[in-house]
Design a protein around this ligand. Structure first.
Ligand SMILES: Nc1ncnc2c1ncn2[C@@H]1O[C@H](COP(=O)(O)OP(=O)(O)OP(=O)(O)O)[C@@H](O)[C@H]1O
Ligand SMILES: [Mg+2]
Length: 146
């Protein structure tokens, strides 16, 4: 599946994340791609909100620690790989174990570990589009309809 959206505010990006969050399941992996300040964390806050039991205001990019873990109704693994050197470092830190630990994983700057991203992932590509954002949600293995 591949669907394209335009969001005209941070709230709309959050809401899109929340509708995606209602459609994910244990071990879903959401890989976000897009430049600084394009809205990756905003969308992830929406996903976290939809999972339940997590306050989206507490979600911040773990830029220096790579991973924040939230215990909601499902476990939520929020990665920020901006400073990750590559897939080798990621594996060395044992982070791939979280992908099938039963929770939901969201990865900002997922392209840093492109070589080891599972095929079952949901890719999200965000781009600036004037004042708005173009957001493409794409997956080879998941059929998601909105
Ligand atoms: N349509 C929109 N969707 C998302 N964010 C928007 C939109 N319009 C404006 N914004 C603003 O853009 C900023 C997006 O910040 P956010 O932290 O979500 O980006 P990010 O991609 O996670 O950045 P970083 O790469 O630094 O982690 C926020 O200040 C938000 O209010
Ligand atoms: Mg961010």
């Amino acid at each position: 599946m591949k669907i394209e959206f335009i969001t005209n505010s941070a709230q709309e990006t959050f809401d899109l994340g929340a509708s995606l969050g209602k459609r994910v399941h244990s071990n879903s992996l959401i890989a976000l791609h897009g430049e600084l300040a394009v809205g990756k964390t905003t969308l992830i806050k929406g996903v976290a909100h939809a999972i339940g039991g997590i306050n989206p205001d507490e979600i911040n990019s773990p830029t220096f620690t790579f991973l924040n873990i939230y215990d909601g109704l499902k476990s939520f693994y929020h990665f920020d790989l901006y400073r990750m050197k590559g897939a080798d470092q990621f594996l060395q830190m044992g982070f791939d174990e979280y992908f099938d630990a039963g929770g939901i994983s969201c990865l900002e700057w997922a392209e840093r570990i492109q070589a080891i991203l599972p095929q079952r992932r949901i890719d999200i590509f965000l781009e600036h589009h004037g004042q708005s954002r173009k957001i493409i949600i794409e997956s080879e293995h998941e059929e998601i309809s909105f």
